[in-house]
Ligand binder design. Structure first.
Ligand code: SAM
Length: 185
């Protein structure tokens, strides 16, 4: 195709869809305060190691993004139900399609806002968010989760709560993975 050739209809559609997907991701990242950046491989391993073997019941990833942590969780904890809650349309749609193809029967990826979704019944909460959101989640955790429920947070701490363990990753940021228990009231 020469330099001055017009864009073919197929190219224009592909370009339009890619642009719409990009705008959707950027717009939702601004709305929720964080992009769908995935947990690193090292963080995934550390998060899994922070959850007791043979855990059963509901494990929720708050903001499951592209599904980087829910898939390894579904693999590592076959007796548990892994629920991802994600607001951003494109990462959610991608992870839903991947979940359908993966054949994991213990994986449930929902589109929604975890701040308005109930966390009642969860045995473990996993998250990779940002300081202000962690702050605002503390009261929700106390209201909706049983005392002693496990919370594993990539990078960001729950200010004012004492972690029962901090795993420091062997990466350039020495990323911390915090493990908390919901305190008894
Ligand atoms: C840094 S990513 C982490 C993705 C995944 N949990 C992981 O560890 O790989 C944070 C995700 O949380 C999502 N998110 C932030 N606030 C949300 C909310 N209120 N409801 C649902 N998803 C939210 C963002 O869209 C983003 O995809």
């Amino acid at each position: 195709m020469g330099r001055g050739s017009p864009m073919l209809p197929f190219d224009a559609i592909t370009f339009g869809l890619a642009l719409a997907a990009l705008v959707s991701i950027v717009w939702t990242s601004f709305r929720v305060g964080i992009s769908p950046m995935p947990s690193s491989r090292k963080a995934q391993k550390a998060i899994i190691s922070a959850i007791p073997d043979h855990t059963q019941g509901l494990i929720i990833d708050l903001g499951s993004g592209w599904g980087s942590i829910v898939f390894p969780l579904a693999q590592s904890f076959p007796l548990a139900t892994i629920r991802g809650i994600e607001l951003s349309l494109i990462p959610w749609a991608y992870s839903r399609i991947r979940a359908a193809l993966s054949g994991h029967s213990n994986l449930d990826i929902q589109r929604g806002n975890f701040q308005t979704n109930s966390l009642v019944g969860a045995k473990v909460i996993v998250c990779y968010l940002f300081p202000d959101r962690m702050k605002s989640l503390k009261s929700k955790f106390k209201e909706e989760l049983e005392p002693d429920t496990l919370i594993v947070s990539n990078t960001f701490r729950l200010a004012g709560w004492e972690p029962e363990e901090v795993i420091i990753l062997d990466d350039i940021h020495q990323t911390p993975i915090y493990r908390y228990r919901v305190p008894a009231n």
